[in-house]
Design a protein around this ligand. Structure first.
Ligand code: SF4
Length: 61
């Protein structure tokens, strides 16, 4: 199953990945972007492509 892993140091406040994700996987909690619904990820990698280099990695396990 695909799921995104966030590197918070690199992602910072790039909130745009929340809206970019077609499966609504991300959410902001206490000022931090979190992977809220990893089970909904469809592996499209839009988050990875739209975040700074290395900030989001989609793994498949
Ligand atoms: S790979 Fe696609 S569906 Fe999965 S979290 Fe990233 S943008 Fe959302």
């Amino acid at each position: 199953m695909p799921r995104p892993i966030i590197n918070h140091e690199k992602l910072g406040n790039h909130d745009e990945i929340i809206a970019i994700c077609p499966a609504n996987v991300f959410e902001k909690e206490n000022g931090k972007i979190v992977v809220k619904r990893p089970e909904d990820c469809i592996g499209c990698r839009a988050c990875e492509a739209n975040a700074p280099e290395g900030a989001v990695k989609v793994v498949d396990d």
